[in-house]
Design a binder for this molecule. Structure first.
Ligand code: ASP
Length: 443
């Protein structure tokens, strides 16, 4: 069995967290490939090393002294090294980084030093080999990851039986120059490595015990989701829930490798398992009809009414093209006979709404044009409602019983989610009533 384990920033924030990581690694000899983020926040007031490195870079760029900021970073690493009695030569490492800054170094190089240094310390502490991400994660010049080359490099560099620690969040271009991923990218590194080594599971260790059925700021102590499919997860994260970087799913999904979200601060909790297909386990323990409830506030609905327009070929396409001209991405387009509603994020049309309206009036001469904002979109996601007649009807009647007015309804054709639009002010209440009825009462 091969396990790839990735530790997020909070899991390596200080020496206390390093100790927890060691226990987790020792508890299971299959945890062979270890990917680390840069040290994150120890507490609410603390800073993430990555943020401090971006800040250092800004100081370098503007020609002001970066010393006070850089010192915070150095102190953090020295304190971890000294309290764990490690020997890693941080003095030389910082000298090299300072010299690079004096030469005028790239932002990507400087910021990548967060995961680099954390992984150096972690490798020594875990008595594992350090393998630099620059030597194994290979980018093409267009920024995409060259999986074939990465696989070949991993085969070449990670041959032994010893555990290896690899920094997350960066790799290198064909000319050897360091390149960063987008923020939160260590999740992607872990997933890419899991793909390349054909891992049996990709464990992603963070500071929550997996996914929760609903936002804990809205539902007190919501239940944890034990299993979720990749498709359900896409629906959940599209609508606002995120624990994992979106792009971390693809490399493991293509090889059917499950992701297990785990909590470094509660290692006995089994966390959430994300897989392509949960049917085997569902047969033993059937899922509830609702896997998760998520959503976002602040959408705007632009409704165009024009009689006989639906008979006109190309009407909807031309209407949507107006939004495309303004680079506004569209969330949903509920259509009835002569009514076309276009739902967009309010912030996406902040600068151009009135121009869009003016163009629609001029080019389409609608019978009526209505604007509504302060709308929230809420997604009830669940593979358990597939092929269950009346599942969405039961959600809707629950809204009715709680006097929540539904403005829009949309069910995906794969019956994985029901998306409803309600007023912003009803958002929390709507989530609560679905949670209470279908999750807490388990109906
Ligand atoms: N350290 C990077 C960030 O804060 C990458 C990561 O933690 O995944 O975004």
């Amino acid at each position: 069995m091969i396990k790839v384990v990735k530790f997020g920033g909070s899991s390596v924030a200080n020496s206390k967290q390093f100790r927890k990581v060691k226990k987790i690694i020792k508890a299971d000899p299959d945890r062979k490939f270890i990917v680390s983020s840069a040290c994150g926040k120890e507490s609410g007031e603390d800073y993430k090393v990555t943020d401090l490195l971006y800040l250092t870079d800004a100081h370098v760029r503007y020609g002001v002294s970066y010393e006070p900021v850089f010192k915070l970073i150095e102190d953090k690493y020295y304190s971890i090294r000294d309290s764990l009695k490690l020997k890693t030569d941080l003095e030389t490492e910082f000298k090299t980084i300072r010299a690079a800054m004096a030469r005028g170094v790239s932002q990507d190089y400087l910021v990548s030093r967060g995961e680099y240094l954390t992984s150096r310390l972690l490798a020594e502490y875990l008595d594992a080999d350090f393998v630099d991400a620059a030597d194994v994660i290979s980018f093409r010049y267009d920024g995409s990851i060259d999986m074939e080359r990465t696989q070949a490099l991993i085969n070449e560099k990670c041959t032994g039986t010893r555990k290896v620690v690899i920094p997350g969040f960066y790799g290198s271009l064909p000319n050897g120059v360091i390149r960063l991923m987008s923020r939160g990218g260590s999740d992607i590194t872990g997933s890419v490595i899991a793909n390349c080594v054909d891992a049996d599971v990709y464990e992603n260790w963070t500071d929550v015990s997996g996914f929760l059925v609903a936002d804990p700021r809205i539902i007190k102590n919501p239940r944890q989701i034990p299993r979720i499919t990749y498709n359900e997860l896409r629906e959940m994260s599209y609508m606002g829930a995120n624990v994992l970087h979106d792009d971390a799913v693809f490399p493991v999904r293509s090889k059917n490798i499950p992701i297990n979200i785990r909590n470094t601060n509660d290692p006995d909790n089994p966390g959430t398992m994300i897989m392509n297909d949960c049917s085997e386990m569902d047969a033993i323990e059937p899922p509830t009809s609702v896997t998760g409830i998520t959503g976002r506030k602040n959408f705007t609905v632009i409704t165009v009414v024009k009689s006989h327009a639906s008979a006109e070929v190309g009407f909807l396409r031309k209407l949507l093209a107006v939004f495309e001209d303004y680079h506004v991405s569209i969330e949903s387009v509920p259509v009835t006979v002569d009514t076309f509603s276009i739902i967009v994020k309010t912030e996406a049309v902040e600068q151009c709404l009135y121009e869009i309206i003016a163009r629609i009036r001029k080019e389409f001469e609608p019978d009526d044009l209505r604007l509504e904002d302060h709308m929230a979109m809420l997604a009830v996601v669940g593979r358990g409602m597939k092929a269950v007649p009346g599942a969405s009807g039961r959600f809707l009647s629950e809204f009715g019983r709680n006097s929540i007015n539904i403005k829009v309804i949309n069910q995906s054709a794969d019956e994985l989610s029901v998306v409803v639009g309600v007023e912003n002010r009803d958002f929390e209440k709507a989530i609560r009533c679905i949670y209470d009825k279908f999750v807490a009462e388990g109906k």
